[in-house]
Ligand binder design. Structure first.
Ligand SMILES: Cc1cc2nc3c(=O)[nH]c(=O)nc-3n(C[C@H](O)[C@H](O)[C@H](O)COP(=O)(O)OP(=O)(O)OC[C@H]3O[C@@H](n4cnc5c(N)ncnc54)[C@H](O)[C@@H]3O)c2cc1C
Ligand code: FES
Ligand code: FES
Length: 489
């Protein structure tokens, strides 16, 4: 049995749509069909936040609201969820507390970014978190304001948000959760025809069967890559198989010696467990895109996409992560590094699914470091992502695992540098110099708009030195301006 209509909640009303374009975005639906034009379109690629909307869903038995970029979210992805746009918050007579504060603090000029900013702050308002400057900056990481400047916007957040929500939504949370609960069903969603469809199976078995039957279909998780194929490359993707409704597909199993992250877990879902493996791993995740990108983008999608500048793969490779893949009735597990074959080519057959990544926890003699280098702190792709895992016997390196993103056509280990460091004492400057030189044998990086080849090579060596220095001295006071490890360990 399958359901042939997308079903979601907005303003307390359940909408059922049987006419849903396979590539139709949520933003287009809101603006063109609902005429809910408060939500704006700026970049159309998840960068500016003008299109931010709030999505409510039940996670671990609790109703949770998250901000997402509606420009790159497909309409079918909101099946079973509550959608809140800026048009739903308040009106001229009764502004929402966040809107009121934006007015009072003069936090808007041209106003183009304002609907997105209001929604990001509205979701923060309902999160129970504090509105200290650092946290507000994090929540606004996906909202670009070109004219007002962020000081009055952050002031508005501080004046409206005190961790206790008391607005119209607060009064209908229980009812909303009940309706969303009733909307969850075990049926597969299939809208369209065999030649052109948006499908979202409810079980892994049905997902595998459908993707094996349609190996030409695009597998869709958070759409933070695929959405741009539609909006920027103007590609027509006739068949979409979405992982978002598969039961258990975003589960995370945390055990003593390893963590299993199922492929559909978003960055935000996985952040705390990755942080618990090492604070640097948590910080890499916190620096991926923006809050809305992290609310949609998945760890599995980041790996499956196979980008040479994806942030997760180098960090997970040095930790010795294993990738689980399933195709029709067969399951296999490979070392994550073996998944990346060449630029744009991964070890994945058409119709095969990435289903989980398993990451060993660090042993007491293992030391991990990871650094993201990009031109901006938030919302920027890495020029270089460096990750290191050293096993020590006293102060002697017995094993070195080093991997970089942005240095080659795939995320790649620095095997020559690793060999140069085996058996070396942490403070052995001559040996470290040889290892840094060995990086030039491991990589021939390219020059592009993010960084020159020379810069990449230089920074890769410097980050290796920095990691070794930090591990030797045991603190990051002299090596970091932000995110000192000592504060979080
Ligand atoms: C504004 C913006 C900023 C970004 N910043 C960063 C950044 O800082 N660092 C970074 O690393 N990335 C960044 N990205 C890229 C993106 O967020 C990641 O690559 C993301 O993890 C992809 O996951 P997704 O769930 O959205 O994948 P999707 O877009 O749904 O899919 C991506 C690819 O993986 C395939 N796929 C997805 N799930 C599966 C599966 N389970 N099995 C098999 N194939 C699958 C799809 O078919 C597609 O080829 C950014 C993107 C945007 C839009
Ligand atoms: S329009 Fe810019 S993020 Fe969506
Ligand atoms: S008020 Fe103009 S872009 Fe923010």
């Amino acid at each position: 049995m399958s359901r042939n209509a997308v079903r979601f909640l907005r303003n307390g009303v359940v909408t059922e749509l049987s006419e849903v374009g396979a590539n139709e975005t949520l933003l287009d639906y809101l603006r063109l069909r609902e005429r809910a034009c408060g939500t704006k379109e700026g970049c159309g690629e998840g960068d500016c936040g003008a299109c931010t909307v709030a999505i409510g869903s039940i996670k671990n038995g609790r109703l949770v609201y998250e901000s997402i970029n509606s420009c790159i979210q497909l309409l079918g992805q909101i099946d079973g969820k509550d959608v809140i746009t800026v048009d739903d918050l308040g009106d001229r007579e009764a502004l929402h507390p966040v809107q009121r504060a934006m007015v009072d603090e003069h936090a808007s000029q041209c106003g183009f970014c304002t609907p997105g900013i209001v929604i990001s702050l509205f979701v923060l308002y309902h999160s129970g978190e504090s509105a200290d400057r650092e946290n507000v900056n994090n929540w606004l990481s996906g909202n670009l304001c070109r004219c007002t400047g962020y000081r009055p916007i952050v002031d508005a957040a501080a004046s409206a948000i005190d961790g206790k929500a008391n607005d119209a939504l607060s009064g209908r949370l229980a009812e909303t959760q009940k309706i969303l609960g009733e909307m969850q069903d075990e049926e597969d969603l299939f809208v369209g025809s065999e030649d052109r469809f948006f499908a979202a199976p409810a079980s892994i078995e049905n997902m595998l069967e459908l993707s094996a039957r349609h190996p030409d279909a695009v597998i869709l998780s958070g759409a933070t890559d695929v959405g741009l194929w539609i909006t920027k490359q103007l590609r027509d993707l006739p068949k979409i198989v979405h992982t978002g409704r598969v039961k258990g597909f975003s589960d995370i199993v945390d055990s003593v010696d390893k963590v299993r992250i199922n492929a559909g877990a978003t960055y935000e879902d996985a952040h705390s467990v990755l942080y618990s493996i090492d604070p640097d791993l948590g910080e890499v995740v916190r620096r991926i895109g923006s809050k809305p990108v992290r609310n949609s983008g998945t760890v599995g999608g980041n790996i499956a996409n196979g980008s040479p500048i994806g942030d997760m793969p180098p960090a997970l490779i040095v930790l010795g992560a294993k990738l689980e893949l399933r195709h029709d009735k067969s399951t296999r597990e490979i070392a994550l590094e073996d998944f990346f074959v060449a630029y744009g080519k991964q070890d994945r057959a058409p119709g095969e699914l990435v289903t989980a990544v398993t990451i060993p926890r660090l042993g007491s003699s293992q030391h991990f470091r990871a650094f993201k280098i990009s031109k901006r702190f938030d919302q920027d792709i890495s020029s270089v992502l460096a990750a290191f895992c050293f096993t020590l016997d006293g102060d002697v390196i017995t094993t070195a695992r080093i991997a970089y993103g942005g240095m080659a056509a795939t995320p790649k280990r620095a095997v020559t540098a690793e060999q140069a460091l085996a058996g070396v004492t942490l403070g052995d400057e001559a040996a470290i110099k040889l290892a840094v030189t060995a990086l030039t044998k491991d990589f021939t990086p390219m020059t592009d708009m993010r960084a020159s080849a020379e810069y990449r090579q230089k920074v890769a060596g410097n980050l290796l030195r920095k990691a070794l220095h930090e591990i030797r001295v045991g603190d990051t006071k002299t090596t970091r301006l932000l995110a000192h490890r000592e504060a979080s360990l």
